[in-house]
Design a protein around this ligand. Structure first.
Ligand code: ADP
Ligand code: MG
Length: 255
């Protein structure tokens, strides 16, 4: 069995927060991309967001962590609006994993994970190193701490990106098509790691094309199309009893 296929045991317990977006709107110029999105992700649960390309899924994640400010609506973490706070505070409370891993190519794996620990969490060097090694251990990559990202497989690089996000002790984790850039044989390992995090109590919002994952791991599924949530429900409801023609059409295209 290759290292890619090892499912790291969920070695820790997470205490994820409850995240809500209410009536969120965002336009880019004349393009009204989010048209009144409501989303509620209960503490310790996973929500997957599915829908066609261009429907606003990535934009929704970016608005929920205030990389883009909504034109209107509210964002609440554990019942408290966060829009009056410094946006950086929210970004520290929400970990984000992208399709492209966005690692620093010239830094070691260890430095990639420990950098924010030192700069943002202000940990002293030794403590940051120890914490980074712990996080790398959790994703099965402690033995590659001194490697450069370019010498790792895509799956390993994505594990480093996940370790880096987890090192910040986020209350919520976002995944935006985290497996879309991976070779097919590496996808399973990353999905298994994400499933472990979900089981361990992390609050997660997962934008994904992996319908199997959406169906088997999420507690709730949101189907977006053209900037609105067309249907939301349990995986069973969404995949077995779609109510709208739009969702039926989408599922028949992707399944
Ligand atoms: P999805 O992730 O579902 O594929 P996106 O959220 O990436 O969809 O995009 C939704 C719409 O918003 C698209 O029409 C896209 O062109 C537009 N969009 C996204 N980001 C920007 C941006 N920074 N500036 C202008 N338009 C954008
Ligand atoms: Mg996207």
């Amino acid at each position: 069995m290759s290292a890619e296929n090892i499912t790291p045991a969920a070695k820790t317990e997470y205490h994820g927060g409850t995240l809500e977006g209410r009536e969120l709107h965002l336009s880019f110029g004349h393009n009204h991309v989010l048209r009144g999105i409501d989303i509620r992700v209960q503490s310790g649960t996973a929500t997957s967001v599915i829908g066609p390309s261009g429907s606003g899924k990535s934009t929704l994640l970016r608005v929920l962590n205030r990389l883009n400010e909504p034109d209107s609506g509210d964002i609440l973490l554990d019942g408290k609006s966060v829009l009056q706070d410094d946006p950086n505070l929210l970004r520290q409370r929400i970990g984000m994993v992208f399709q492209q891993f966005n690692l620093f190519p010239h830094k070691t794996v260890l430095d990639n994970v420990s950098l924010a620990l030192r700069k943002i969490r202000k940990l002293p060097k030794e403590q940051a190193r120890e914490e980074a090694l712990n996080q790398l251990d959790l994703v099965g990559l402690k033995h590659r701490a001194d490697a450069r990202p370019g010498n790792l497989s895509g799956g390993q690089q994505q594990r480093v990106a996940i370790a880096r996000a987890l090192a910040m002790k986020p209350e919520v984790m976002f995944f935006d098509e985290a497996t879309s850039a991976l070779d097919p044989e590496l996808v399973k390992g990353i999905l298994a790691l994400m499933a472990d995090l979900a089981k361990a109590g992390m609050t997660m919002v997962v934008v994904t094309h992996e319908m199997g994952f959406s169906r088997s791991v999420s507690d709730q599924v949101l189907f977006m199309d053209a900037g609105v949530v067309v249907e939301t429900g349990s995986p069973e409801q969404i995949f077995s009893s779609p109510r709208t023609e739009r969702l039926k059409g989408f599922l028949s295209d992707v399944l």
